[in-house]
Ligand binder design. Structure first.
Ligand code: NOJ
Length: 557
């Protein structure tokens, strides 16, 4: 290796970089605010890129930063080829991509093809145009049922709560057709049977590929094509629920027709230099069904939400890891691993709830509160388990600080449409989206130059700030940094997993030269004779045994 080459730069030129990459998710609203308006922005991200290089990740994935009324925090896109003024300018995106590249970091942007914002010019044109017009055919408009057409065309529910259809007022002032929105009313679903829609997104892909991005995270990748008859589906929708194995497939998710779209996109990506990737956000189960999205001529990766949802027990973790590896190996794709993102309760809090608690959609002050110390202990163990697995791993901003969910946000400050559309029954996702702490003693903990923060930060967050953890042995930040360095040195991402014999409440496997042990049980576990401890999520006990809820990386003779 050239001595001037950083490990990340070396990885950039590695074929199949994505098969083993650690990809860090940035939620632009909440990462770093350069102008003090309380909302993170692209110049803020650029100014903090050294943190990511130092942490040792390979790539960043940016949640949407496009012009948007922010009805769903940017997942309502009004213009796919520009930057939301709150976040900066197109030139700021160019600079961010270039600055990331100069540090050996790849950039993945978010693509939202299932729906646009209702502020998109296409939807505005559709509202102004007549039923049956070309403008309406870019979306899913239908006449209502009943003699007056005042009942929705079918019984589908929005993922965010309430009906999935909204009635429009026609230009003559009369109540008119209905349009489909699987999410918020401000997110009308596109009609992917329309060639114009397909052509538009091919062009959007090229727009960002030409600007140098290394790939796309594809939002709601399992939703673009709907069953042609829009058959009724009485089940309520729940974000991130996944498809139950023993139930028929819902008419709005995981239709076979989506795959042709991704084959066409793959051909576009493959026509560019380097290895540009597509990552599916598809809440599809079982793992074999999800693996269809990552067949050789489709996407490169799909988020493994089954792993994220698995209970913190040895049998559940064993089962999910085994199943995930088998399903992706069958199609020759790498497995991915993820524990947190901007849609779920952060794993440092989720794992502090009693085992077996159904995954909550947000936590509020009146809800049972997680055990913070237990949650963090398990989160650190889960992270070391995840980072030792072969494949690619996703991190969500702040998890490297051990950041918990904000579980006592005042209801008045909640912004997630889920909260409002369910009348507060679902707390929603704001608690994992709170701006992250950088410096303990700075205004907004260094998120920005002022105290402003679009969601309030808990007063207890000084202890999680990066500057309180950098260089501090045993801190969560140093735990991640060491894990990422060892993962790279031992090439764990491209390794092979071999299960080892272990007691019932212990998970034990080998990956290359490493032995990995996670103790889920109450009984401390003696280490194998002669083992050299490389890394551990918590100190060994005074007998040198591995305590409960701890993962260790070892060299064994
Ligand atoms: C999945 C995204 O991750 C989520 O934040 C968003 O609300 C929905 N898709 C709708 O775009």
């Amino acid at each position: 290796m050239n001595t001037n080459t950083t490990p990340q730069e070396a990885a950039r030129s590695t074929p199949g970089w994505w098969t083993e990459a650690v990809i860090y998710q940035i939620y632009p609203r909440s990462f770093a605010d350069s102008d003090g308006d309380g909302i993170g922005d692209l110049p803020g991200i650029t100014a903090r890129l050294d943190h990511l290089a130092e942490l040792g990740v390979d790539a960043v994935w940016l949640s949407p930063f496009y012009p948007s009324p922010q009805a769903d925090a940017g997942y309502d896109v009004a213009d796919y080829r520009d930057v939301e003024p709150l976040f900066g300018k197109l030139s700021d995106a160019d600079r961010l991509i270039a600055e990331a590249k100069s540090r050996g970091l790849r950039t993945i942007v978010d693509l939202v093809p299932n729906h646009t914002s209702s502020a998109h010019v296409w939807f505005q044109a559709a509202l102004a145009a007549a039923p049956g017009s070309g403008e309406r055919q870019r979306y899913v408009f239908r006449d209502g049922l009943g003699p007056a057409g005042d009942e929705p065309p079918n019984d589908w529910q929005s993922v965010f709560g309430g009906p999935a259809w909204t009635r429009v007022t026609e230009s003559d002032g009369r109540p008119g057709q209905w349009y489909l929105h699987l999410f918020d009313t401000a997110q009308p679903d596109l009609n992917w049977d329309n060639p114009e829609v397909r052509a538009e997104f091919l062009d959007v892909l090229r727009f960002w590929l030409d600007r140098g991005v290394d790939g796309f995270r594809v939002d709601v990748a399992h939703g673009l094509v709907k069953q042609a008859d829009l058959a009724n589906w009485e089940e309520p929708q729940e974000i991130l629920s996944g498809q139950e194995v023993d139930k028929p497939r819902p008419p709005m998710w995981d239709q076979d027709g989506v795959h042709e779209i991704y084959r066409e996109w793959r051909r576009v990506l493959d026509s560019y230099d380097g290895e540009r990737i597509l990552v599916a956000e598809a809440w599809v189960e079982p793992a074999e069904r999800l693996a269809r999205y990552v067949r050789p001529d489709e996407m490169h990766q799909a988020f493994n939400f089954e792993f994220l949802l698995a209970a913190w027990t040895a049998p559940a973790q064993y089962a999910v890891v085994t199943r995930s590896l088998e399903a992706t190996e069958a199609v020759g794709a790498p497995t991915t691993w993820v524990l947190s993102n901007h849609d779920v309760v952060r794993h440092a809090s989720r794992l502090g709830l009693p085992i077996g608690t159904p995954r909550p959609n947000g936590i509020g002050a009146d809800d049972p509160q997680p055990d913070a110390a237990l949650g963090l202990r398990r989160a650190r163990a889960a992270t070391l388990l995840m980072l030792a697995l072969p494949g690619s791993a996703y991190l969500y901003q702040g998890e490297e600080l051990g950041l918990p969910e904000h579980t006592t946000l005042a209801d008045e400050v909640r912004q997630d449409p889920t909260y409002h559309r369910t009348g507060g029954a679902q707390r929603g996702r704001d608690g994992c989206r709170v701006p992250i702490p950088w410096e303990a003693d700075a205004p907004s903990y260094g998120f920005g130059p002022t105290d402003a923060s679009w969601l309030p930060q808990p007063t207890s967050w000084a202890e999680y700030a990066l500057d309180r953890q950098r260089g501090v042995p045993g801190s969560t930040y140093e735990l991640y940094r060491t894990a990422l360095r060892l993962r790279r040195e031992h090439q764990l991402g491209r390794g092979t997993l071999r299960w080892l014999e272990s007691p019932d409440e212990v998970l034990a496997f080998a990956n290359g030269p490493l032995t990995v042990l996670t103790n889920f049980g109450a009984t401390p576990l003696p280490l194998p004779a002669g083992a050299e401890l490389l890394h551990t999520s918590a100190p060994l006990d005074t007998d040198g045994h591995l305590p409960t809820d701890t993962t260790a990386w070892l060299h064994t003779p």
